[in-house]
Design a protein around this ligand. Sequence first.
Ligand SMILES: Cc1ncc(COP(=O)(O)O)c(C=O)c1O
Length: 388
Amino acid sequence: MTRAHSSIEPGGGAQESLEARLAKERRKFAILAERSYFAQQCLGACPLGMAEDLRAYGLSLTRRSRAIPEWAERWEEMHALVERLVAAPAGSVFLRDSATAAQATVAASVEPEGERRRILVGEADFHSSRYLWRAQERRGFEVVEVKHDDFVSYVDERVRIVAASLVSPRTGAMIDARAVAQAAQRSGAIFVLDAYQAVGVVPVDVGALGAHVIVGGFHKWVGGGGTGLAFGYVEPALSASLEAVFPGWMAHRDVMAFADRFEPARGAEKLQQGMPAMEPIYTTRAGLQWIAAVGIEAIRARSVELTSRLYDSLTEAGLTVITPRDPEKRGGMLCVDVPDGKHVVERLAEEGIDIDARPGAGIRIGPHACSTLDECDALARRLAEVTS
Ligand SMILES: Cc1ncc(COP(=O)(O)O)c(C=O)c1O
């Protein structure tokens, strides 16, 4: 199947300020007109194009079997958009229904090798990933949980897999992925990086990061509408040596051949499985196109501006931000230690301000790139009042 080209609008002129450019873009996000939206780390705001794509999906359902060529085209287009999002070479990305499933597929293809049987997992990483890696103990692995900043010092000849989040969902802190990748490469370990809380707000470039595997998904910072879609990138050299342990027809070299024997796809697509959910294939496209059009560097620059302003206002108001102050060491959200996060979230929601709370993280605040400094100031003020 050939890759369909997506319609990506050109970016704005260089002479226009970033703030002015993003103020214009704000109209494309319905929820930003209704709410002060700071829950990007949970479910990101979707561009208006998402609803049109959802309608197109609905229409395709009525065409039944005649919809299949369009679905195949959208599927291919999604691979191309994801490859663009993470600057990955063609054929190095596979699609699955969740980031846990994407990591599980890789995990299943890797065995312990003699004394090299350790899996390092971050203790502030996503709980679902930690369940998955811990469960590999029954396959002869030994799992060691390490602090988010400590990966490098734990990588040695006993380590088979290093599994880390680029941005922790519990603290908002970002690891030095390059340093971990170098340590893993030196010692011969496989580095699996969960970039879910980074893609769409922090530049993720597979070549620059150097991880062997990168997983992520779309319904947070990317602004994908539907759930049930995630991706995995596999470095081509590793991909060539990985065997697909649970393949399905979407992993075949020639998907529409209905062949009796399994012949794996040449790249990472061999890690796919059966019939995918098509709805998120439609409803994720607009978010990816918006990021490509605005540019991830611009999004990151604005996100840093907004979160830095928030950081200062929150700490001046006496609140404890557990996320590092240094923008190089954090993603797009700030975590604030408050006694009853759930109550604070509910109070603010009544006033039209959306944040979220997680055990161990306190409250989490993730502005959209089109949020304003005024919204940040108002949020910091209300948080100080509600928690005093
Ligand atoms: C760091 C991180 N990884 C992964 C996920 C999602 O994983 P899954 O797609 O398996 O639900 C989340 C949040 O939902 C997350 O915060």
